[in-house]
Design a protein around this ligand. Sequence first.
Ligand SMILES: [Fe+2]
Length: 230
Amino acid sequence: MITLARARALLDQHLGANPALRNHSLATGAIMRALADRFGEPADDWEALGLLHDLDFEQTRDTPARHTLETVEWLRPEGVPEPYLQAIVAHNEATGAVRADRLAHALAAAESVTGLVMACAFVLPDRQIASVKVGSLRKRMKEKAFARNVSRETILECEKIGIPLDEFFALAIAAMAPLQETLIARTGPAFAAPVAPSAPPAPAAPAASGESGRSAGAPGAASTTGSTGS
Ligand SMILES: [Fe+2]
């Protein structure tokens, strides 16, 4: 398997100019690492998978059905095992690939939940990922207009690998919180909320409740509207 250092280098090489997608990949990697720990799987390898899953996003922007196929071509010579490559391909439903194992479901659910967690953090007064509550995520799951392009169905694939939704939310928050400075604070209002390439990214809808006065569609998050995923 590819090393984490090499995975990070490839991420910077291919997505270094796209902070939103780089951050999305970092967040996905962190959740994948936590999932690997949960399952007793190799944490570095699962994190690397998360870092690499959208590597060809820029190159396939106009050919969404090709998204992930280029990545696989790049990663196969790097020694990334076939199940990992298949998980990458299967996270883009436009390829026609079907998610058939735990690794594939984990990757799809992980990369999807990043967008919901980030959108929820954005509408909090302190914008802290650690302040996001499982209950808020559960509530936002039902609000279709909130982070509307985040696939709820894909997030729910956590249950196909034996992780109840609430536990998955808690795991995602805990995994992403240490990345706070990278994901939000350092980039501030210019930060573009992470995308969920299994569906076009979108900003969250304006806060519908008294959760905060800030709209997730405010600076940064709104800038993701135009990017498209797989
Ligand atoms: Fe992704």
